[in-house]
Design a protein around this ligand. Structure first.
Ligand code: PLP
Length: 406
């Protein structure tokens, strides 16, 4: 039962969406209704599509007719997710991928060739560090890692063949902040593009394109799902970048998002701002409570005045975020003891979940690094990274306090 609204043509309402509040876009953006008039978005679990005629198939392959061809290229449920996220971000185009790492890898590899050079902040998610530091150099793309907080370090690292700057802000787990506008200006003066991994801030708190970023990547696995169910990723860009670089790369290398995951993530977007705002409010209270506790040696939270880059964070982000990093007094033994005494907060390296999760970076997410590299990122044996969920903040503070007191 074909229906007009299942063709991509009706998906291009991004310009009209700008008049709407982001919360409205999160609920309605990109919705494609089938002939059945369903309220909730349909899950189109299909890998292929049939054509009314051979001429129609030819026209779609030539790009002369709208319509889907194969779900490695696009799928109606995935397209709804892409359009909704593009509208929330205020980006011209969105390409959904199977995971955050496939989004990062595609966003970088689609535009780089042997002989090129990239500059990346050294405070990166572990797998992003592998892509920049190990995988790209193996393919002949040189990489310089810099202290992302030091704006001049970015400028000093530029070479004639520099094509891309890559960074995350706030970073994992040190919650370091990169000055987006300053770094984008340096990149653009050098003729390079800026790719920002915006997972920690989410589009609710920070929209890097408004500061000059060319490409924004997400692990949708984190706050966008927000309930720990499935993997996903997305690359947001201009329509020209998508057409010229990303589309061909993704079509032929196949990091496609499954329609099932797209459906889950589409529903996740509907509650994204409600969840992130509630999680930020709780994280802020928890950061204050931890900072006041005698068994806590240090708290890093961009929303607190004692964060070394609090002013910059306040300019760039609408709130301090959903993650709190802190050092317990003592070392690994005291950190592990506190983890093992927690009742509500679970030990897990995931983040952005409705459930509060905590991890010991030195022995999990960052155990591959040398002790010196960990020290550079501010990770000690006493450091814990807490992802604040949707539980009552008072209950979480009581749980953490009891765990710290033994
Ligand atoms: C989780 C994460 C990724 C990778 O995403 P996956 O969905 O796990 O592949 C990339 N960057 C950051 C900052 C992350 O937190």
């Amino acid at each position: 039962m074909p229906h007009d609204s299942t063709t991509p043509k009706t998906l291009t309402a991004t310009r009209d969406a700008r008049a709407l509040h982001p919360r409205t876009r999160m609920v309605h953006g990109g919705t494609l209704r089938s002939a059945f008039g369903e309220t909730s978005e349909a899950m189109f679990v299909t890998s292929g599509y049939v054509y009314a005629s051979a001429e129609e198939a030819e026209a779609r392959f030539k790009g002369e007719a709208d319509g889907f061809i194969y779900s490695r290229f696009s799928n109606p449920t995935v397209a709804m997710f892409e359009q909704r996220l593009a509208q929330i971000e205020g980006a011209e185009a969105c390409t959904a991928t199977a995971s955050g790492m496939s989004a990062v890898t595609a966003a970088l590899m689609c535009q780089l060739s042997a002989g090129d050079h990239i500059v990346a902040a050294r405070a990166l998610f572990g797998s992003c560090l592998y892509v920049c530091e190990t995988l790209l150099p193996r393919m002949g793309v040189a990489c310089t890692l810099v202290d992302g907080r030091d704006t001049q370090a970015w400028a000093r690292a530029v070479r004639p063949e520099t094509k891309v700057f890559f960074l995350e802000t706030p970073s994992n787990p040190g919650l370091e902040i990169v000055d987006l506008k300053a770094v984008c200006d340096i990149a653009h003066a050098a003729g390079a593009r800026v790719v920002v991994d915006n997972v920690f801030a989410t589009p609710v708190l920070q929209r890097p394109m408004e500061q000059g970023a060319d490409v924004v990547v997400y692990s949708a696995t984190k706050h966008i799902d927000g309930q720990g169910r499935c993997l996903g990723g997305a690359v947001l860009s201009s329509e020209a970048f998508r057409k010229d670089y990303l589309e061909t790369f993704c079509r032929h290398t196949g990091p496609a998002m499954s329609p099932f995951n797209a459906w889950v993530l589409l529903k996740g977007l509907e509650t994204l701002s409600l969840r992130v705002e509630a999680q930020c409010a709780a994280a802020s209270r928890i950061a204050d409570a931890l900072a006041a506790h005698s068994n806590v040696a240090r708290v890093l939270y961009p929303g607190r005045a004692d964060h070394p880059q609090h002013d910059l964070a306040s300019r760039q982000m609408a709130a301090g975020g959903t993650l709190v990093t802190f050092d317990v007094r003592g070392g690994k033994r005291e950190a592990f003891a506190a983890l093992n005494r927690l009742g509500i907060v679970s030990i897990s390296n995931n983040l952005g979940d409705a459930k509060s999760l905590i991890t010991h970076p030195a022995t999990t997410t960052h155990q591959r690094l040398t002790p010196e590299a960990r020290a550079e990122l501010g990770i000690t044996d006493a450091t814990l990274r807490l992802s604040v969920g949707l539980e009552d903040a008072g209950d979480l503070i009581a749980d953490l306090t009891a765990a710290l007191e033994g």
